[in-house]
Design a protein around this ligand. Structure first.
Ligand SMILES: CC(C)=CCNc1ncnc2c1ncn2[C@@H]1O[C@H](COP(=O)(O)O)[C@@H](O)[C@H]1O
Ligand SMILES: [Zn+2]
Length: 349
C-alpha cells in the first residue's frame, strides 16, 4: 500500500471513537471563537495546544486544561464547543462517538454540575436533530484529584441522567492528573456506579508506579481501560496485571499521539499498541484530546498503519472491532455492524 493512499483511506474508513475528553477535543477554529469571546483573559492560542516537537511533561500538559476551562465556563460556551466537537468527529468519518467530560461548577456564570451534564446532553440532541451523521453517547467523568465525596456525587448525577437521558449517558470515566490522588479512595464510588448499571472506562497505568492502584481497580473490573501504558512488567507493571487484563478480555483504549506528547512513551515505535495487538487483545485507537494534541482519529489510524505496518484490511478490522468494545446498546451495535459491512466492499477493492 502506498502512503498517499493511506490518508484518504483512513478518512473514508468509518470509525468509532471511544476515548475523547470534550475540553481536550476543541479544535483551533472553535478555540479562536472562544478566545475572541473572552479577550480580557488575554489567552493566546499557543496556551491551549501542544504542538509537535513541543513535548511537555505530563504536569505541563495538565496546565493546558486550566486555560481551556477558563474559556469554556458558561452554558453557552459548552453548548457551542460540544456541538463543534461532535461535528468535527463526524466530518472525520467517526460514526459512533463516546464523549467524556467532567461536570464543573462555575460560580461566575452560574454553571452547575447538573446544568453542565444537561448542556452536553442538549448538544448531543441538537446534533442528532440537525442530522449530523454520528451516534453520540456521554461518559460522565470523575476527576481523581477531587476525592471520594465528589466522586460519589458524580456517580449519583450520572445515575440520574442514565435513567432520564434516553440512553445518552451510558457510563463513567475516571481521569485527571494520574500523579494526583489515589484510586483506592474512589473504589466505593466506582463500585456503586457499576452496580447501578453504568459502564466503566478507567484511565489505568498511564504513568509508572500505579501498579497497586491498577490491581485494585481491576477488582471492579472496569469495562475498558484507558492507556494501560505501564501494565507490563518490563515497564514497572506486573504479569498479574497483564494476565488479569487478558483473562477479562478488557479492551484497551490506545492513544498514540497523546502518549508521545505527554512523554509517557518515548516514540511511536516504542508504543505498547503492537504488544497487545499481536496477542489478539481488543485494542481501540483513540485520540484522547484531539484539540490539545492537534490530531484526528483518521490521523491516528494512519500513524498506526505507517508505524506498525498495518494494511487496509487490518485497519478496517481494527475499526470494526471497536464497535463491540463500545457501550452502545446491542441494537445500535448491530446497526453499526451492518453499516460497516455495507461500506466494506466500497473501501477495500
Ligand atoms: C496531559 C495529557 C498527556 C493528557 C492525556 N491524558 C489524560 N489523562 C488523564 N486525564 C485526562 C487526560 N486528558 C484529559 N484528561 C481529563 O480531561 C479533562 C479535560 O476534559 P473535560 O473538562 O473533562 O471535558 C482534564 O481536566 C482531565 O481531567
Ligand atoms: Zn484520556
Amino acid at each position: 500500500v502506498m502512503d498517499k493512499e493511506v490518508e484518504p483511506f483512513c478518512r473514508a474508513l468509518p470509525k468509532v471513537e471511544l476515548h475523547a475528553h470534550l475540553n481536550g477535543s476543541i479544535s483551533v477554529a472553535t478555540m479562536e471563537r472562544l478566545i475572541a469571546r473572552k479577550p480580557h483573559l488575554n489567552i493566546k492560542h499557543s496556551m491551549t495546544a501542544i504542538h509537535k516537537g513541543q513535548r511537555r511533561t505530563l504536569d505541563e500538559c495538565f496546565q493546558v486544561f486550566k486555560v481551556i476551562h477558563q474559556l469554556v465556563d458558561s452554558e453557552e460556551d459548552l453548548l457551542m464547543a460540544a456541538k463543534a466537537v461532535i461535528r468535527e468527529f463526524s466530518e472525520d468519518g467517526v460514526r459512533y462517538l463516546e464523549l467524556r467530560s467532567t461536570p464543573r461548577v462555575e460560580t461566575n456564570t452560574g454553571l452547575t454540575k447538573r446544568k453542565y451534564v444537561e448542556t452536553v446532553i442538549e448538544a448531543i440532541r441538537q446534533c442528532k436533530q440537525e442530522d449530523v451523521d454520528i451516534d453520540v453517547r456521554f461518559l460522565v467523568a470523575v476527576d481523581r484529584r477531587n476525592g471520594p465525596e465528589v466522586a460519589m456525587e458524580t456517580v449519583k448525577l450520572a445515575e440520574d441522567y442514565m435513567l432520564s437521558s434516553e440512553g445518552i449517558v451510558v457510563g463513567m470515566d475516571l481521569s485527571g492528573d494520574p500523579m494526583v490522588g489515589h484510586g483506592k479512595d474512589l473504589l466505593p464510588a466506582l463500585q456503586k456506579a457499576r452496580n447501578c448499571g453504568l459502564k466503566l472506562a478507567l484511565h489505568m497505568s498511564e504513568v509508572p508506579c500505579q501498579k497497586e492502584e491498577s490491581e485494585l481497580l481491576l477488582t471492579l473490573p472496569p469495562d475498558r481501560i484507558g492507556h494501560g501504558t505501564f501494565l507490563h512488567p518490563e515497564v514497572g507493571g506486573s504479569w498479574s496485571l497483564v494476565h488479569k487484563v487478558r483473562e477479562g478480555n478488557i479492551p484497551l483504549e490506545l492513544c498514540l499521539t497523546s502518549n508521545i506528547m505527554g512523554k509517557t512513551v518515548e516514540s511511536y515505535e516504542k508504543h505498547h499498541f503492537p504488544y497487545w495487538y499481536k496477542l489478539g487483545h481488543p485494542c481501540v485507537l483513540c485520540t484522547d484530546d484531539k484539540g490539545v494534541f492537534s490530531t484526528s482519529l483518521s490521523q491516528e489510524y494512519q500513524l498506526a498503519a505507517s508505524t506498525f505496518g498495518l494494511d487496509q484490511e487490518a485497519l478496517w478490522i481494527l475499526s470494526q472491532q471497536a464497535i463491540s468494545c463500545s457501550f452502545a446498546p446491542e441494537a445500535i451495535k448491530q446497526q453499526l455492524e451492518k453499516r460497516w459491512a455495507e461500506q466494506r466492499s466500497q473501501l477495500l477493492c
